[in-house]
Design a protein around this ligand. Structure first.
Ligand SMILES: Cc1cc2nc3c(=O)[nH]c(=O)nc-3n(C[C@H](O)[C@H](O)[C@H](O)COP(=O)(O)OP(=O)(O)OC[C@H]3O[C@@H](n4cnc5c(N)ncnc54)[C@H](O)[C@@H]3O)c2cc1C
Length: 496
Protein backbone atom coordinates (compact mmCIF):
# COMPACT_ATOMS: atom_id res chain seq x y z
CA UNK A 1 0.00 0.00 0.00
CA UNK A 2 1.32 3.49 -0.77
CA UNK A 3 2.38 5.68 2.16
CA UNK A 4 -0.49 8.09 1.36
CA UNK A 5 -3.26 5.47 1.47
CA UNK A 6 -2.03 3.82 4.67
CA UNK A 7 -2.77 4.88 8.26
CA UNK A 8 0.50 4.62 10.17
CA UNK A 9 0.85 4.08 13.88
CA UNK A 10 3.11 7.12 14.18
CA UNK A 11 4.23 9.96 11.92
CA UNK A 12 7.59 11.42 12.98
CA UNK A 13 8.17 14.91 11.60
CA UNK A 14 11.91 15.66 11.17
CA UNK A 15 14.88 13.37 10.56
CA UNK A 16 17.53 14.95 12.84
CA UNK A 17 18.92 12.98 15.83
CA UNK A 18 15.60 13.21 17.71
CA UNK A 19 13.43 12.00 14.82
CA UNK A 20 15.78 9.24 13.68
CA UNK A 21 16.14 7.80 17.19
CA UNK A 22 12.36 7.94 17.70
CA UNK A 23 11.67 6.21 14.34
CA UNK A 24 14.42 3.63 15.00
CA UNK A 25 13.16 2.84 18.49
CA UNK A 26 9.47 2.55 17.48
CA UNK A 27 10.12 0.55 14.31
CA UNK A 28 12.41 -2.00 15.94
CA UNK A 29 9.70 -2.62 18.52
CA UNK A 30 7.11 -3.34 15.84
CA UNK A 31 5.37 0.01 15.25
CA UNK A 32 4.45 1.13 11.73
CA UNK A 33 6.31 4.46 11.40
CA UNK A 34 6.49 7.15 8.73
CA UNK A 35 9.32 9.68 9.04
CA UNK A 36 8.90 12.88 7.02
CA UNK A 37 12.00 15.03 6.47
CA UNK A 38 11.95 18.25 4.47
CA UNK A 39 15.60 18.08 3.31
CA UNK A 40 17.47 15.58 1.13
CA UNK A 41 20.29 14.01 3.17
CA UNK A 42 23.20 14.40 3.53
CA UNK A 43 22.46 18.02 4.46
CA UNK A 44 24.29 20.64 6.50
CA UNK A 45 22.98 21.54 9.99
CA UNK A 46 24.51 24.44 11.93
CA UNK A 47 26.07 22.84 14.99
CA UNK A 48 29.29 22.51 16.97
CA UNK A 49 29.11 18.78 16.04
CA UNK A 50 30.27 17.69 19.53
CA UNK A 51 28.78 14.31 20.42
CA UNK A 52 29.52 13.52 24.06
CA UNK A 53 29.95 10.04 25.59
CA UNK A 54 26.28 9.56 26.51
CA UNK A 55 25.34 10.26 22.89
CA UNK A 56 28.00 7.84 21.61
CA UNK A 57 26.51 5.17 23.89
CA UNK A 58 23.15 5.54 22.11
CA UNK A 59 24.79 5.52 18.67
CA UNK A 60 26.55 2.32 19.61
CA UNK A 61 23.25 0.75 20.65
CA UNK A 62 21.69 1.79 17.34
CA UNK A 63 24.57 0.16 15.51
CA UNK A 64 25.74 3.33 13.70
CA UNK A 65 28.92 3.90 15.68
CA UNK A 66 31.29 1.57 13.76
CA UNK A 67 30.41 3.22 10.41
CA UNK A 68 30.85 6.68 11.96
CA UNK A 69 34.21 5.66 13.41
CA UNK A 70 35.33 4.62 9.92
CA UNK A 71 35.18 8.34 9.05
CA UNK A 72 38.07 8.70 11.57
CA UNK A 73 36.73 11.39 13.92
CA UNK A 74 39.27 12.72 16.42
CA UNK A 75 38.53 11.48 19.99
CA UNK A 76 38.01 14.53 22.23
CA UNK A 77 39.62 13.84 25.60
CA UNK A 78 41.11 17.18 26.63
CA UNK A 79 39.93 20.70 27.20
CA UNK A 80 41.41 24.20 27.35
CA UNK A 81 39.45 26.94 29.13
CA UNK A 82 40.40 30.49 28.16
CA UNK A 83 39.16 33.26 30.47
CA UNK A 84 39.73 36.76 29.04
CA UNK A 85 42.30 35.26 26.64
CA UNK A 86 44.30 33.65 29.47
CA UNK A 87 44.44 29.87 29.62
CA UNK A 88 42.99 29.00 33.07
CA UNK A 89 42.79 25.21 32.59
CA UNK A 90 44.49 22.88 30.17
CA UNK A 91 44.29 19.13 30.66
CA UNK A 92 42.15 16.03 30.54
CA UNK A 93 38.37 16.51 30.70
CA UNK A 94 38.07 15.68 34.40
CA UNK A 95 34.71 13.90 34.23
CA UNK A 96 35.38 11.68 31.18
CA UNK A 97 36.41 8.03 31.56
CA UNK A 98 34.95 7.72 35.06
CA UNK A 99 31.94 5.52 34.45
CA UNK A 100 31.80 1.99 33.06
CA UNK A 101 29.72 1.75 29.90
CA UNK A 102 30.51 5.29 28.75
CA UNK A 103 33.33 5.89 26.25
CA UNK A 104 36.14 8.03 27.73
CA UNK A 105 35.90 10.56 24.89
CA UNK A 106 33.53 12.51 22.67
CA UNK A 107 33.72 12.98 18.88
CA UNK A 108 33.23 15.94 16.57
CA UNK A 109 31.08 14.45 13.82
CA UNK A 110 29.85 16.84 11.10
CA UNK A 111 26.07 16.71 11.02
CA UNK A 112 25.83 15.84 7.33
CA UNK A 113 27.64 12.60 8.24
CA UNK A 114 26.02 11.96 11.65
CA UNK A 115 22.41 12.63 10.71
CA UNK A 116 22.56 10.68 7.43
CA UNK A 117 23.94 7.66 9.24
CA UNK A 118 21.20 7.84 11.90
CA UNK A 119 18.44 8.27 9.30
CA UNK A 120 19.68 5.15 7.47
CA UNK A 121 19.59 3.30 10.78
CA UNK A 122 15.93 4.24 11.26
CA UNK A 123 15.12 3.00 7.75
CA UNK A 124 17.00 -0.25 8.34
CA UNK A 125 14.97 -0.82 11.51
CA UNK A 126 11.82 -0.72 9.36
CA UNK A 127 10.64 2.91 9.39
CA UNK A 128 9.31 4.31 6.11
CA UNK A 129 11.45 7.38 5.39
CA UNK A 130 10.32 10.12 3.00
CA UNK A 131 12.85 12.88 2.31
CA UNK A 132 12.13 16.22 0.59
CA UNK A 133 8.74 16.05 2.32
CA UNK A 134 7.98 19.25 4.18
CA UNK A 135 5.12 19.06 6.66
CA UNK A 136 3.11 22.27 6.36
CA UNK A 137 0.40 21.56 8.94
CA UNK A 138 -0.72 18.90 11.38
CA UNK A 139 -4.31 18.34 12.52
CA UNK A 140 -5.10 16.04 15.43
CA UNK A 141 -8.71 14.94 15.95
CA UNK A 142 -10.86 12.15 17.40
CA UNK A 143 -10.18 9.87 14.44
CA UNK A 144 -6.45 10.40 14.11
CA UNK A 145 -3.67 12.65 12.84
CA UNK A 146 -3.49 14.22 9.39
CA UNK A 147 -0.24 15.74 8.18
CA UNK A 148 -0.27 17.97 5.10
CA UNK A 149 2.96 17.42 3.21
CA UNK A 150 4.56 19.40 0.41
CA UNK A 151 6.82 17.54 -2.06
CA UNK A 152 7.99 19.93 -4.78
CA UNK A 153 4.80 21.51 -6.08
CA UNK A 154 2.53 18.70 -4.83
CA UNK A 155 0.51 18.66 -1.60
CA UNK A 156 -0.59 15.37 -0.08
CA UNK A 157 -2.04 14.09 3.21
CA UNK A 158 -0.59 11.36 5.44
CA UNK A 159 -2.49 9.73 8.31
CA UNK A 160 -1.52 8.12 11.61
CA UNK A 161 -2.75 7.43 15.13
CA UNK A 162 0.00 9.56 16.69
CA UNK A 163 2.45 12.29 15.68
CA UNK A 164 5.87 13.30 16.99
CA UNK A 165 7.32 16.77 16.55
CA UNK A 166 11.06 16.29 15.98
CA UNK A 167 11.28 19.18 13.57
CA UNK A 168 13.67 21.47 15.43
CA UNK A 169 13.48 24.96 16.92
CA UNK A 170 10.81 26.26 14.50
CA UNK A 171 8.68 23.13 14.87
CA UNK A 172 5.52 23.12 12.74
CA UNK A 173 4.11 20.38 14.98
CA UNK A 174 4.66 22.47 18.14
CA UNK A 175 3.07 25.47 16.42
CA UNK A 176 0.05 23.41 15.33
CA UNK A 177 -0.38 22.17 18.92
CA UNK A 178 0.07 25.75 20.24
CA UNK A 179 3.10 24.64 22.24
CA UNK A 180 5.88 26.50 20.42
CA UNK A 181 8.12 28.11 23.06
CA UNK A 182 9.96 31.29 22.18
CA UNK A 183 11.38 32.92 25.29
CA UNK A 184 14.60 34.94 24.84
CA UNK A 185 15.68 34.00 28.40
CA UNK A 186 15.94 30.41 27.22
CA UNK A 187 17.36 30.72 23.75
CA UNK A 188 20.82 31.44 22.42
CA UNK A 189 21.87 32.81 19.06
CA UNK A 190 25.08 31.74 17.42
CA UNK A 191 27.37 31.81 14.42
CA UNK A 192 29.42 28.79 13.39
CA UNK A 193 32.01 28.09 10.68
CA UNK A 194 34.56 25.46 9.70
CA UNK A 195 38.24 26.34 9.47
CA UNK A 196 41.58 24.88 8.40
CA UNK A 197 45.08 25.39 9.68
CA UNK A 198 44.87 24.04 13.22
CA UNK A 199 48.48 23.37 14.16
CA UNK A 200 47.89 20.51 16.65
CA UNK A 201 45.73 17.41 16.38
CA UNK A 202 45.47 16.35 19.99
CA UNK A 203 41.75 16.12 20.68
CA UNK A 204 41.63 19.27 22.81
CA UNK A 205 38.32 21.17 22.70
CA UNK A 206 38.77 24.86 23.57
CA UNK A 207 36.23 27.17 25.21
CA UNK A 208 36.59 30.95 25.39
CA UNK A 209 34.84 33.08 28.02
CA UNK A 210 35.07 36.82 27.71
CA UNK A 211 33.25 39.98 28.79
CA UNK A 212 31.75 40.65 25.36
CA UNK A 213 30.57 37.03 25.00
CA UNK A 214 28.86 37.00 28.42
CA UNK A 215 26.56 35.15 29.01
CA UNK A 216 27.79 32.80 26.33
CA UNK A 217 31.08 31.53 24.98
CA UNK A 218 33.22 30.83 21.95
CA UNK A 219 34.50 27.40 20.96
CA UNK A 220 37.12 25.78 18.76
CA UNK A 221 36.63 22.03 18.33
CA UNK A 222 39.44 20.17 16.56
CA UNK A 223 38.77 17.76 13.71
CA UNK A 224 41.05 15.40 11.83
CA UNK A 225 43.34 16.88 9.15
CA UNK A 226 43.93 20.23 10.92
CA UNK A 227 40.28 21.27 10.48
CA UNK A 228 38.13 22.80 13.20
CA UNK A 229 34.53 23.67 13.98
CA UNK A 230 34.38 27.10 15.64
CA UNK A 231 31.75 29.56 16.72
CA UNK A 232 30.18 31.81 19.31
CA UNK A 233 26.82 31.77 21.09
CA UNK A 234 25.16 34.33 23.35
CA UNK A 235 21.82 34.52 25.18
CA UNK A 236 19.06 35.98 22.96
CA UNK A 237 17.82 38.18 25.83
CA UNK A 238 21.25 39.84 26.15
CA UNK A 239 21.54 40.21 22.37
CA UNK A 240 18.14 41.95 22.26
CA UNK A 241 18.67 44.17 25.32
CA UNK A 242 22.01 45.48 24.06
CA UNK A 243 21.47 45.26 20.26
CA UNK A 244 24.49 43.00 19.91
CA UNK A 245 25.54 41.93 16.41
CA UNK A 246 26.36 38.19 16.59
CA UNK A 247 28.23 38.21 13.21
CA UNK A 248 30.44 40.97 14.65
CA UNK A 249 30.98 38.97 17.86
CA UNK A 250 32.03 36.02 15.69
CA UNK A 251 34.64 37.93 13.68
CA UNK A 252 36.07 39.59 16.83
CA UNK A 253 36.25 36.16 18.44
CA UNK A 254 38.18 34.65 15.51
CA UNK A 255 40.66 37.56 15.48
CA UNK A 256 41.20 37.27 19.23
CA UNK A 257 41.53 33.46 19.19
CA UNK A 258 44.31 33.70 16.58
CA UNK A 259 46.27 35.91 19.01
CA UNK A 260 45.42 33.88 22.12
CA UNK A 261 47.27 30.66 21.43
CA UNK A 262 49.84 29.66 18.78
CA UNK A 263 47.81 26.61 17.78
CA UNK A 264 45.09 28.94 16.44
CA UNK A 265 47.28 31.57 14.79
CA UNK A 266 47.01 30.07 11.27
CA UNK A 267 43.27 29.33 11.34
CA UNK A 268 41.58 30.14 8.01
CA UNK A 269 37.79 29.97 7.63
CA UNK A 270 36.72 27.43 4.98
CA UNK A 271 33.49 29.32 4.31
CA UNK A 272 31.30 32.09 5.71
CA UNK A 273 29.82 31.56 9.20
CA UNK A 274 26.18 30.48 9.44
CA UNK A 275 23.71 31.48 12.16
CA UNK A 276 21.74 29.10 14.37
CA UNK A 277 19.49 29.05 17.45
CA UNK A 278 19.16 26.76 20.45
CA UNK A 279 16.21 26.67 22.86
CA UNK A 280 17.21 25.46 26.27
CA UNK A 281 15.46 23.25 28.82
CA UNK A 282 14.50 26.17 31.11
CA UNK A 283 11.85 27.04 28.53
CA UNK A 284 10.51 23.49 28.14
CA UNK A 285 6.74 23.28 28.53
CA UNK A 286 4.67 20.12 28.92
CA UNK A 287 5.54 18.87 25.39
CA UNK A 288 2.41 16.72 25.23
CA UNK A 289 -0.90 17.21 23.37
CA UNK A 290 -3.80 15.06 22.16
CA UNK A 291 -2.28 12.41 19.88
CA UNK A 292 1.30 13.59 20.10
CA UNK A 293 4.44 14.84 21.77
CA UNK A 294 7.52 16.96 21.14
CA UNK A 295 11.13 15.78 21.35
CA UNK A 296 14.60 17.27 20.77
CA UNK A 297 14.84 20.95 19.89
CA UNK A 298 11.09 21.07 19.20
CA UNK A 299 10.62 20.42 22.95
CA UNK A 300 13.58 22.59 24.16
CA UNK A 301 15.79 19.67 25.25
CA UNK A 302 19.11 21.54 25.27
CA UNK A 303 21.64 21.86 28.10
CA UNK A 304 21.19 25.43 29.46
CA UNK A 305 24.93 25.86 30.14
CA UNK A 306 26.69 24.22 27.20
CA UNK A 307 23.99 24.41 24.51
CA UNK A 308 24.47 20.71 23.77
CA UNK A 309 21.30 19.24 22.30
CA UNK A 310 22.26 16.19 20.22
CA UNK A 311 22.35 13.77 23.14
CA UNK A 312 19.27 15.17 24.95
CA UNK A 313 17.40 15.00 21.61
CA UNK A 314 18.17 11.28 21.40
CA UNK A 315 17.38 10.74 25.08
CA UNK A 316 14.02 12.54 24.84
CA UNK A 317 13.20 10.35 21.81
CA UNK A 318 13.85 7.17 23.77
CA UNK A 319 11.76 8.37 26.71
CA UNK A 320 8.96 9.38 24.33
CA UNK A 321 9.02 6.15 22.34
CA UNK A 322 8.33 4.09 25.49
CA UNK A 323 5.19 6.19 26.15
CA UNK A 324 4.00 5.97 22.53
CA UNK A 325 4.41 2.17 22.44
CA UNK A 326 2.30 1.94 25.58
CA UNK A 327 -0.32 4.25 24.03
CA UNK A 328 -0.48 2.09 20.88
CA UNK A 329 -0.82 -1.04 22.96
CA UNK A 330 -3.66 0.38 25.04
CA UNK A 331 -5.27 2.38 22.23
CA UNK A 332 -5.14 5.55 24.37
CA UNK A 333 -4.05 8.65 22.48
CA UNK A 334 -5.26 11.61 24.55
CA UNK A 335 -2.98 14.15 26.26
CA UNK A 336 -3.99 12.78 29.68
CA UNK A 337 -2.51 9.35 28.87
CA UNK A 338 0.53 10.78 27.06
CA UNK A 339 1.31 13.09 29.99
CA UNK A 340 3.38 10.28 31.51
CA UNK A 341 5.99 11.50 28.97
CA UNK A 342 6.22 14.81 30.86
CA UNK A 343 6.60 12.92 34.13
CA UNK A 344 9.35 10.76 32.69
CA UNK A 345 11.34 13.57 31.07
CA UNK A 346 11.07 15.78 34.19
CA UNK A 347 12.31 12.87 36.30
CA UNK A 348 15.13 12.11 33.83
CA UNK A 349 16.40 15.61 32.99
CA UNK A 350 15.16 17.47 36.10
CA UNK A 351 18.07 16.93 38.52
CA UNK A 352 20.85 17.88 36.09
CA UNK A 353 19.09 20.43 33.89
CA UNK A 354 17.27 22.00 36.89
CA UNK A 355 20.64 22.75 38.42
CA UNK A 356 22.39 24.03 35.27
CA UNK A 357 19.30 26.08 34.40
CA UNK A 358 19.65 27.82 37.79
CA UNK A 359 23.33 28.53 37.00
CA UNK A 360 22.42 29.83 33.53
CA UNK A 361 19.67 32.02 35.04
CA UNK A 362 22.12 33.52 37.54
CA UNK A 363 24.40 34.36 34.63
CA UNK A 364 21.64 36.16 32.70
CA UNK A 365 22.57 39.27 34.70
CA UNK A 366 25.46 40.80 32.81
CA UNK A 367 26.36 43.10 35.74
CA UNK A 368 27.91 40.04 37.36
CA UNK A 369 29.92 39.24 34.22
CA UNK A 370 33.33 40.22 35.62
CA UNK A 371 32.67 38.59 38.98
CA UNK A 372 31.67 35.34 37.23
CA UNK A 373 34.68 35.39 34.93
CA UNK A 374 36.96 35.85 37.96
CA UNK A 375 35.22 33.03 39.84
CA UNK A 376 35.39 30.60 36.89
CA UNK A 377 39.07 31.45 36.33
CA UNK A 378 39.81 30.68 39.97
CA UNK A 379 37.81 27.44 39.75
CA UNK A 380 39.75 26.38 36.64
CA UNK A 381 43.08 27.05 38.33
CA UNK A 382 41.97 25.01 41.31
CA UNK A 383 40.80 22.16 39.05
CA UNK A 384 44.30 21.98 37.50
CA UNK A 385 45.71 21.12 40.94
CA UNK A 386 42.77 19.23 42.44
CA UNK A 387 41.27 16.61 40.07
CA UNK A 388 38.41 15.84 42.44
CA UNK A 389 37.33 19.46 42.43
CA UNK A 390 37.55 19.49 38.60
CA UNK A 391 35.53 16.28 38.32
CA UNK A 392 32.73 17.36 40.66
CA UNK A 393 32.47 21.16 40.35
CA UNK A 394 33.59 21.16 36.67
CA UNK A 395 30.68 18.86 35.82
CA UNK A 396 28.49 22.00 35.79
CA UNK A 397 29.78 22.55 32.25
CA UNK A 398 29.14 19.35 30.28
CA UNK A 399 29.49 16.78 33.08
CA UNK A 400 28.36 13.16 32.70
CA UNK A 401 26.92 12.81 36.18
CA UNK A 402 25.64 15.92 37.90
CA UNK A 403 25.53 16.02 41.66
CA UNK A 404 24.22 19.50 42.63
CA UNK A 405 24.65 18.87 46.36
CA UNK A 406 28.20 17.58 45.88
CA UNK A 407 29.05 20.57 43.69
CA UNK A 408 27.67 23.06 46.22
CA UNK A 409 29.57 21.31 49.03
CA UNK A 410 32.84 21.34 47.01
CA UNK A 411 32.55 25.03 46.14
CA UNK A 412 31.59 26.12 49.67
CA UNK A 413 34.31 24.03 51.29
CA UNK A 414 36.93 25.59 49.00
CA UNK A 415 35.48 29.10 49.43
CA UNK A 416 35.38 28.85 53.22
CA UNK A 417 38.95 27.46 53.21
CA UNK A 418 40.21 30.37 51.11
CA UNK A 419 38.30 32.92 53.22
CA UNK A 420 39.66 31.45 56.44
CA UNK A 421 43.24 31.52 55.17
CA UNK A 422 42.94 34.96 53.61
CA UNK A 423 40.79 36.32 56.44
CA UNK A 424 43.64 36.01 58.94
CA UNK A 425 45.99 37.61 56.43
CA UNK A 426 43.54 40.52 55.88
CA UNK A 427 42.88 41.03 59.56
CA UNK A 428 46.60 41.34 60.17
CA UNK A 429 46.77 43.80 57.26
CA UNK A 430 43.99 45.93 58.73
CA UNK A 431 45.51 45.92 62.25
CA UNK A 432 48.96 46.77 60.99
CA UNK A 433 47.63 49.42 58.56
CA UNK A 434 49.14 47.49 55.64
CA UNK A 435 46.19 47.68 53.17
CA UNK A 436 48.22 45.76 50.57
CA UNK A 437 47.51 42.74 52.74
CA UNK A 438 43.74 43.02 52.33
CA UNK A 439 42.88 39.70 50.75
CA UNK A 440 41.62 39.22 47.22
CA UNK A 441 38.57 37.35 48.54
CA UNK A 442 37.42 40.45 50.45
CA UNK A 443 37.72 42.44 47.23
CA UNK A 444 35.77 39.76 45.36
CA UNK A 445 32.93 39.87 47.91
CA UNK A 446 32.78 43.64 47.42
CA UNK A 447 32.61 43.09 43.62
CA UNK A 448 29.54 40.84 43.94
CA UNK A 449 27.82 43.41 46.19
CA UNK A 450 28.61 46.31 43.89
CA UNK A 451 27.38 44.33 40.87
CA UNK A 452 24.10 43.67 42.68
CA UNK A 453 23.55 47.37 43.34
CA UNK A 454 24.58 48.35 39.80
CA UNK A 455 22.02 45.91 38.43
CA UNK A 456 19.25 47.05 40.83
CA UNK A 457 19.81 50.74 40.06
CA UNK A 458 20.31 50.54 36.29
CA UNK A 459 17.04 48.68 35.50
CA UNK A 460 15.00 48.04 38.70
CA UNK A 461 12.08 46.28 36.92
CA UNK A 462 14.33 43.86 35.04
CA UNK A 463 16.44 43.27 38.16
CA UNK A 464 13.33 42.44 40.25
CA UNK A 465 12.00 39.93 37.71
CA UNK A 466 15.46 38.35 37.32
CA UNK A 467 15.92 38.07 41.11
CA UNK A 468 12.49 36.48 41.58
CA UNK A 469 13.16 34.04 38.69
CA UNK A 470 16.45 32.99 40.32
CA UNK A 471 14.85 32.74 43.78
CA UNK A 472 12.04 30.50 42.43
CA UNK A 473 14.49 28.18 40.72
CA UNK A 474 16.69 28.07 43.80
CA UNK A 475 13.71 27.19 46.01
CA UNK A 476 12.54 24.48 43.60
CA UNK A 477 16.00 22.92 43.69
CA UNK A 478 16.31 23.14 47.47
CA UNK A 479 12.90 21.47 47.88
CA UNK A 480 13.82 18.74 45.37
CA UNK A 481 17.42 18.30 46.60
CA UNK A 482 16.84 15.86 49.47
CA UNK A 483 15.13 13.46 47.03
CA UNK A 484 17.94 13.62 44.45
CA UNK A 485 19.68 10.30 44.12
CA UNK A 486 21.89 9.44 41.15
CA UNK A 487 21.67 11.64 38.05
CA UNK A 488 19.44 9.47 35.77
CA UNK A 489 21.28 10.75 32.69
CA UNK A 490 24.41 8.91 33.79
CA UNK A 491 22.67 5.54 33.45
CA UNK A 492 20.86 6.56 30.27
CA UNK A 493 17.29 6.08 29.05
CA UNK A 494 17.73 2.72 27.26
CA UNK A 495 15.77 -0.01 28.92
CA UNK A 496 15.83 -2.68 26.22
C1 LIG B 1 25.55 26.88 16.52
C2 LIG B 1 25.09 25.64 17.22
C3 LIG B 1 26.02 24.81 17.79
C4 LIG B 1 25.61 23.63 18.43
N1 LIG B 1 26.56 22.78 18.91
C5 LIG B 1 26.19 21.61 19.47
C6 LIG B 1 27.18 20.66 19.86
O1 LIG B 1 28.39 20.83 19.64
N2 LIG B 1 26.75 19.52 20.46
C7 LIG B 1 25.44 19.27 20.68
O2 LIG B 1 25.12 18.23 21.27
N3 LIG B 1 24.48 20.15 20.28
C8 LIG B 1 24.82 21.29 19.67
N4 LIG B 1 23.86 22.16 19.22
C9 LIG B 1 22.43 21.81 19.39
C10 LIG B 1 22.01 20.74 18.36
O3 LIG B 1 22.34 21.17 17.07
C11 LIG B 1 20.52 20.46 18.44
O4 LIG B 1 20.12 20.40 19.78
C12 LIG B 1 20.15 19.16 17.73
O5 LIG B 1 20.36 19.28 16.36
C13 LIG B 1 18.69 18.78 18.02
O6 LIG B 1 18.31 17.71 17.19
P1 LIG B 1 16.79 17.61 16.65
O7 LIG B 1 16.72 16.33 15.92
O8 LIG B 1 15.86 17.88 17.74
O9 LIG B 1 16.62 18.83 15.65
P2 LIG B 1 17.36 19.12 14.27
O10 LIG B 1 18.72 18.58 14.28
O11 LIG B 1 17.18 20.58 14.02
O12 LIG B 1 16.53 18.29 13.20
C14 LIG B 1 15.26 18.70 12.81
C15 LIG B 1 14.99 18.12 11.42
O13 LIG B 1 13.65 18.41 11.08
C16 LIG B 1 13.59 18.79 9.73
N5 LIG B 1 12.39 19.64 9.59
C17 LIG B 1 12.19 20.88 10.07
N6 LIG B 1 10.98 21.33 9.76
C18 LIG B 1 10.38 20.34 9.06
C19 LIG B 1 9.11 20.20 8.45
N7 LIG B 1 8.20 21.19 8.49
N8 LIG B 1 8.81 19.05 7.80
C20 LIG B 1 9.72 18.04 7.76
N9 LIG B 1 10.95 18.13 8.30
C21 LIG B 1 11.26 19.25 8.95
C22 LIG B 1 14.89 19.55 9.51
O14 LIG B 1 15.23 19.57 8.12
C23 LIG B 1 15.86 18.73 10.34
O15 LIG B 1 16.48 17.72 9.59
C24 LIG B 1 24.23 23.32 18.55
C25 LIG B 1 23.28 24.17 17.96
C26 LIG B 1 23.70 25.32 17.30
C27 LIG B 1 22.67 26.20 16.65
Amino acid sequence: MSARARTFDVIVVGGGPAGSVMAWSLARQGADVLLLERARFPREKVCGDFVEPRGLRILERMGCLPALEETAPLPITHVAMFLRSECAYRGAIPFYGRRAGLPPHGYIIPRDVLDYSMLRCAAQAGATVRQESRVVSVACGQTGVQAQVQRGERLSTHRAQLVVGADGVHSVVARSAELLEDDPRYSAVSQRAYAEGLSQEDGEAAFFFDRELFPGYGWIFPMAGGRANLGVGILSETRDRHSISVPRLFSQFVDKARETDPRYSDLRLSGPPIGGIVKTYGGAGRNVFDRGLLIGDAGCFVDPMTGEGITPAMESALLGSAVLLEALEQGKFGAAFLSSYEESFRHYFGPAFGYVDLCASLMRNEHFGDAWLDAVARGCKLAEKDTDFGRIAGATFGGMELDPIGIAAQIWTKAVGVMAAEGAHSLFGLLSGDLGRLSSSVGQMADWHLSWWRSALSDPAWHASWASDVANKWLRLVVAAPGLAEDPRARGPLTN
